[in-house]
Design a protein around this ligand. Structure first.
Ligand SMILES: [Zn+2]
Ligand SMILES: [Zn+2]
Length: 277
């Protein structure tokens, strides 16, 4: 029983392979999971393949970032038609931008006297889309700092000296992109993003739900966003946002209870969309 619709694999900055995530989910007796890697769909096919051995559903999904006046706002896309050529090209452009960003970030850290090498960061990322989490993990491994949190606070967090701006997409761009993929667009972890006043605008662009259940949401957040979802006629989704061991919060899969009906509601929306594109 239960589902987890927010998981990161080694295809982005998660520590577990898509296959391992499926195995954990089966152990936890989940009926469905979604692999929601940042800017990558490479985890979807391996997870689907592994899920074929068990009685568990894998929903093709992605997590995309946008910038709203200097704030990082994430959206989740569920049931996306991820094999479209234009989207694959888009993702490879993002990947190149991520690579260039990692190069600049490492240079900045080296200028500050830290012993960190680009090759170690790229190795940490493996085949995944390289990001700040990989830089932070290498910093901890090298003993430059004690924790992932410290890496973000002192060096690579948004207000820290080695922060490098990301490519910028607006929330509108990202929501439209998810819609173009035939996906259901959801505002990720609104309790963290703190953009309540923008939710009506996001609805106009096409979001159809709020991620109400999330490992960083307080019981008050859950109540508040459930109520908001009801008022706006949005679906509710949820997941742990697990990045696996070695991340700042460890293996948190299973830490958030998300009811099975969430998936049914998403499927209803997907069917409606198919019939009225
Ligand atoms: Zn996120
Ligand atoms: Zn996430």
């Amino acid at each position: 029983m239960g589902v987890d619709l927010h998981l990161h694999s080694t295809a982005s900055d998660g520590a577990f392979s898509p296959e391992e995530l499926v195995k954990f989910a089966v152990k936890l007796d989940f009926t469905a999971i979604a692999i929601t890697d940042h800017d990558s769909i490479d985890g979807i096919v391996p997870a689907l393949r592994r899920a074929g051995d068990f009685d568990i559903e894998v929903i093709p999904a992605v997590e995309l970032s946008s910038d709203l006046e200097g704030r990082d706002i994430h959206f989740l896309g569920y049931f996306i038609d991820y094999k479209q050529e234009w989207f694959l090209k888009h993702l490879s452009k993002l990947r190149q931008a991520r690579y260039e960003r990692a190069v600049k970030m490492v240079e900045r850290l080296q200028e500050m006297g830290l012993e960190i090498a680009l090759k170690d960061v790229l190795q940490e990322a493996g085949k995944g889309a390289v990001g700040r989490a990989h830089v932070a993990r290498v910093m901890v491994k090298q003993g430059c700092i004690d924790s992932i949190e410290e890496a973000f606070e002192r060096y690579i967090g948004r207000k820290a000296p080695c922060y490098i701006e990301k490519y910028v997409y607006t929330p509108k761009d990202v929501i439209k992109l998810i819609k173009r993929l035939g996906g259901i667009a959801i505002l990720a972890h609104p309790g963290l993003s703190q953009v309540d006043e923008k939710i009506p605008e996001f609805i106009r662009y096409g979001i159809q739900g709020l991620e109400v259940y999330h490992s960083n949401h307080t019981p008050d957040d859950v109540r508040k966003y459930s109520k908001m979802a009801r008022e706006y006629g949005l679906v509710i989704t949820g997941g742990s946002d697990c990045h696996g061991l070695g991340s700042s919060r460890g293996l948190i899969m299973g830490s958030v209870r998300v009811p099975d009906e969430v998936v049914e509601n998403l499927k209803t929306l997907k069917d409606l969309q198919k019939n009225n594109p």
